[in-house]
Design a protein around this ligand. Structure first.
Ligand SMILES: Nc1nc2c(ncn2[C@@H]2O[C@H](COP(=O)(O)OP(=O)(O)O)[C@@H](O)[C@H]2O)c(=O)[nH]1
Ligand SMILES: [Mg+2]
Length: 363
């Protein structure tokens, strides 16, 4: 399962966000492979396509894709040098696939801010600098070893060394590694190191919706986009405490509330969807009479890898597969009808799956 780490300075609302998210948690007992740890929770991904397919096919069960969220304790300045258990927390970040960077955008009388005000840009910089310095310290540890191998004439290590030296230069300029464009081959070469600043990062501003004007909010967002070279879709605003409070409400009531302030804040579902999106995964579907299921997969992966994910038998005995885009499938009454009308694409094991495809594997 892919995982997201909630990261940020102390007192920005990470644990409250985690608590709010895990109120939506799936029953872990359904997933015996999952370890139960207090700071981890498994959340279902909202998926309109899956809902529509479920309504059409009407199997007994619907199984959405899921991701794991981890509440990682607050980083402080100097974390990379071990400040405030920093190294331990940074190691936890190394294990996740993407970072949800929560930033404080609310004021609270009994919780004064050390800087005396709301300073999201500075706060983001503090955390990102710790990630950069941690990557740099790690690089300095591994480069000499790789240099040794490269000197012996190992071509692979020579290639690695070139990339890692370039990484070092970038980090020394206090830039994250995500700013560097890498080819697929280059990415493969450094994948094993799990650099922190290479992980996709979603920035989430935690505000009090009645405390900040829409104008001001837009301005802050724009500054963040510019300063950290982010896409608009990589920045969300959320009112964590409010989301926590309205969880108790009925769905209609909740939507009524949200409609009023929609311009200012994103919803918890938006947050979950965006966390999933930054992982750059595709989703494909399988179904039978019993269940319809969504599966997540890395982009540019062949169908044989998808088969492996479903069941090793499908992987071992794969003959071919039938594939159709989910929306196209809605035009037919059944799989058989789609097949008779020639709408199914028959593919071999090297076929690259595309987002939103339904597959049926023949063994
Ligand atoms: N006003 C307001 N207070 C919040 C919000 N989120 C968290 N808090 C409060 O801030 C304090 C720290 O929150 P916590 O989730 O423990 O922060 P963490 O250190 O980042 O895990 C707690 O007293 C929370 O109740 C929020 O969205 N709005
Ligand atoms: Mg906490």
């Amino acid at each position: 399962m892919f995982s997201i780490g909630i990261v940020g300075l102390p007192n920005v609302g990470k644990s409250l966000l985690f608590k709010t998210l895990t109120k939506k948690e799936v029953k872990v007992s359904n997933y015996p492979f999952c370890t139960i740890e207090p700071n981890k929770g498994i959340i279902e991904i909202p998926d309109r396509r899956l809902d529509l397919l479920f309504e059409k096919i009407k199997p007994e069960k619907k199984i959405p894709s899921m991701i794991e969220f981890t509440d990682i304790a607050g980083l402080v300045k100097g974390a990379h040098k071990g400040e405030g258990l920093g190294n331990q927390f940074l190691e936890e970040i190394r294990k996740v696939d993407a970072i949800l960077h929560l930033v404080r955008g609310f004021e609270e009388k009994n919780m004064p801010l050390s800087s005396g005000g709301i300073t999201p840009l500075e706060d983001i910089k503090i955390i990102n600098l710790e990630l950069i310095l941690s990557d740099l310290a790690f690089l300095e540890k591994i480069i000499p070893k790789i240099e040794k191998e490269a000197k012996r004439g190992n071509e692979l290590f020579k290639k690695k060394l070139r990339i890692l030296n370039f990484f070092k230069e970038t980090l020394l300029k206090e830039e994250p590694l995500s700013n560097i464009f890498l080819t697929k081959e280059q990415k493969e070469l450094v994948k094993e190191y799990h650099f922190l600043t290479q992980k996709p990062q979603l920035i989430v501003l935690n505000i009090k919706f009645n405390q900040i004007s829409l104008e001001n909010l837009k301005k802050i967002k724009k500054e963040i986009i510019k300063e950290f070279k982010k896409e608009e879709s990589e920045i969300l605003t959320i009112d964590v405490r409010f989301e926590n409070e309205i969880l108790e409400f009925e769905k209609e009531e909740r939507e009524e509330f949200l409609k009023e302030i929609k311009e200012k804040i994103d919803s918890l579902d938006d947050l979950i969807s965006s966390s999933f999106k930054i992982l750059n995964l595709i989703v494909f579907y399988t179904f039978n009479e019993k269940e319809i299921r969504a599966w997540e997969l890395e982009e540019e992966t062949s169908i044989i890898e998808a088969a492996k994910k479903i069941h090793t038998d499908f992987y071992k005995n794969f003959i071919r597969a039938e594939v159709i885009n989910w929306k196209d499938f809605l035009n037919y009454r059944s799989w058989n009808e789609a097949k008779e009308k020639g709408a199914l694409n028959i593919v071999g094991k090297d076929y690259f799956l595309k987002d939103g495809e339904i597959i049926y594997i023949k063994v």
